[in-house]
Design a protein around this ligand. Structure first.
Ligand code: AMP
Length: 418
């Protein structure tokens, strides 16, 4: 490559720049506040996991079959960049002995996820999620709780206009019989389905229901609905979750085609969309119960429920709605040395930091030019330092709002930043 070619970012991966961060901070602090209000504790799990952890639970999903960042490290270990966090959180729950503490374990996590998908607006190869997981209980109260947590978070960051879709996909007891009915319904239609769906018909029939390809749509309406085939326990759980959401005044639509194409998902599944959005591509958050996951990973069978919210999409929508968060200048105080005064300016800054965020302009520029930068930066105060002032350990404090200027001893500066 010629030396002159500047090195750019990896495709599908982006920088979140300082100007974007107020909205990110608002989205994250809203999430964190809400998680804590619901009694959830933070956990950080690695971005790197054994490829097997991810593959074991996701074979049939696009996120794993087609989109997994998978590689051998220098020691020949087969690793993956996590495409989602739940499998890692469940692994950590056992390895960190959280399973031996009070149950359920209520956990939340922020972090980047990686999927080798075709990049477009709202879809990146590295993206950020806020996850909340309640592990160690099968209570319907927790299904409703994680839905309410997601709902409260989105409302708190100004995205209260939401569409919540909800479904129950049964469990290992009642789902097999339903899947037989679903296959029986679709078999005569096989030749009219698109290629992937023809394969799904025998391998993973539940995914016929979330196919987005137009040619497969007309057949959905006549398909049997999983909620009509729930066993007594799943039926009671489904009724309890809906009752709890009603009591919480959380509106939802029953979408009988909302599914997860993985065996370990059980009972509740849900997705939040911006109100008015029609596509399935722009979910803000999605989740469900995964009572079969722990066992699939080789740990003792343990129920769990949770959701993942997409911070990229949430912040994009917040910005579009003007919910930008409070932008503030990087420094409140700017120290402007006039001359060769780096040591003295650094000391003045150190003193002022007792009270405020402080930066120093070390550039070899005229004081006039430095004042122009200070204005651009939006600093509230400027501390002007000349060679003569420095010799007496005084400086000129200028209030940039009023234009007032006062001479002060260095040590007195902090008490004037109010
Ligand atoms: P999922 O794990 O696929 O259910 O995704 C959970 C949430 O993460 C979605 O509702 C999106 O908001 C977000 N998300 C998933 N994939 C991407 C992506 N490639 N880029 C940005 N956000 C994503």
């Amino acid at each position: 490559m010629p030396r002159s070619e500047p090195i750019k970012a990896v495709r599908g991966v982006r920088d979140i720049l300082p100007a974007d961060l107020p909205v990110w901070r608002a989205a994250k602090s809203g999430a964190e506040d809400m998680a804590r209000k619901f009694g959830y504790e933070e956990i950080i799990t690695p971005i790197l996991e054994k490829a097997e952890l991810i593959e074991r639970v996701g074979e049939d999903t696009d996120a794993v079959a087609k989109e997994l960042y998978r590689f051998d490290d220098r020691g020949g270990r087969n690793l993956a960049l996590r495409p989602e966090a739940t499998a890692g959180v469940v692994r950590a729950y056992f390895e960190g002995l959280l399973n031996q503490g009070p149950q359920p374990s209520r956990l939340y996590l922020f972090g980047p996820m990686f999927r080798y998908d075709r990049p477009q607006k709202g879809r990146y190869r590295q993206f950020f999620q806020f996850n909340a997981e309640a592990i160690g209980s099968g209570a319907a109260g927790l299904d409703a709780e994680v839905v309410e947590l997601a709902h409260s978070w989105l409302a708190a960051v100004g995205l209260g206009d939401l569409r919540l879709e909800l479904n129950s996909i049964g469990d290992a007891k009642c789902r097999p019989a339903y899947l037989e009915r679903l296959k029986a319904y679709y078999r005569p239609l096989k030749s009219q389905l698109h290629g992937d769906c023809q394969l799904r018909l025998e391998k993973n029939p539940l995914r016929l229901l979330d196919c987005k390809v137009p040619q497969c749509q007309p057949f959905k309406a006549g398909a049997p609905r999983v909620t009509d085939f729930l066993c007594d326990e799943c039926s009671a759980h489904w009724a309890a979750v809906r009752r709890l959401l009603d009591a919480a005044s959380i509106e939802y639509q029953h979408n009988p085609y909302l599914v997860r194409g993985l065996d370990y998902y059980t009972r509740t599944v849900f997705e939040f969309y911006p109100g008015g959005a029609t596509g399935q591509q722009d979910a803000l958050a999605s989740g469900g119960r995964y009572d079969g996951l722990a066992e699939e990973l080789g740990w003792p069978a343990t129920p769990g429920v949770g959701f993942a919210g997409g911070l990229d999409r949430v912040t994009e929508l917040m910005a579009a709605k003007g919910e930008d968060g409070a932008a503030s200048p990087p420094a409140d105080v700017l120290v402007l040395p006039d001359g060769d005064l780096a040591v003295e300016a650094a000391e003045v800054a150190r003193i002022c930091r007792a009270a405020r965020a402080v930066a120093v302009d070390y550039e070899p520029k005229s004081l006039r030019a430095k004042m122009r930068s200070a204005n651009k930066l939006g600093a509230r105060w400027v501390v002007l330092l000349s060679v003569e002032d420095a010799a007496r350990r005084v400086a000129q404090l200028r209030d940039m709002t009023s234009g007032d200027q006062t001479e002060l001893a260095w040590d007195e500066l902090p008490i004037h930043f109010v």
